[in-house]
Ligand binder design. Structure first.
Ligand code: AMP
Length: 115
């Protein structure tokens, strides 16, 4: 059996994190190295490596990740001011952890274009 990814261990609570939401399909927790006053990660429990590895059968799961990010933003009261969702894919995309994750950033004016 393949070794668990860091984020699978977080899902299974083998590595402690500050979890802000969880359900049957995903977990949302605080990023360990926040790039904004609010920086959460929304990850699927299913170990999809990156969005480019997602399959047609993952369509509902991908939608669930975005809807969950939006729900967390509303529940935590920062949706009105705005937020940004980011998915890094592969080396040029800046992906460091090979387990699909949606960055949820908020709490300051975010710049565009990103670096
Ligand atoms: P990426 O560069 O898109 O792969 O993002 C990976 C993110 O995971 C980075 O923002 C890291 O700060 C974050 N990260 C890595 N390890 C942990 C951890 N143990 N708990 C929370 N966030 C983490």
């Amino acid at each position: 059996m393949a070794e668990k990814t860091l984020f699978e261990k977080i899902c299974d609570r083998e590595i402690p994190t500050d979890i802000v939401h969880e359900d049957d399909l995903c977990v949302c927790f605080k990023d360990i190295s926040p790039q904004a006053p609010v920086h959460f990660l929304v990850i699927p429990r299913k170990p999809v490596a990156r969005v480019a590895e997602a399959e047609n059968s993952d369509q509902a799961l991908l939608g669930h990740l975005l809807l969950t990010a939006s729900k967390v933003a509303k529940d935590q009261g920062f949706a009105e001011n705005g937020f940004r969702l980011v998915i890094n894919n592969g080396p040029d995309g800046g992906e460091a952890v090979p387990h699909l994750h949606v960055h949820l950033l908020a709490g300051r004016q975010l710049e565009w274009p990103p670096g």
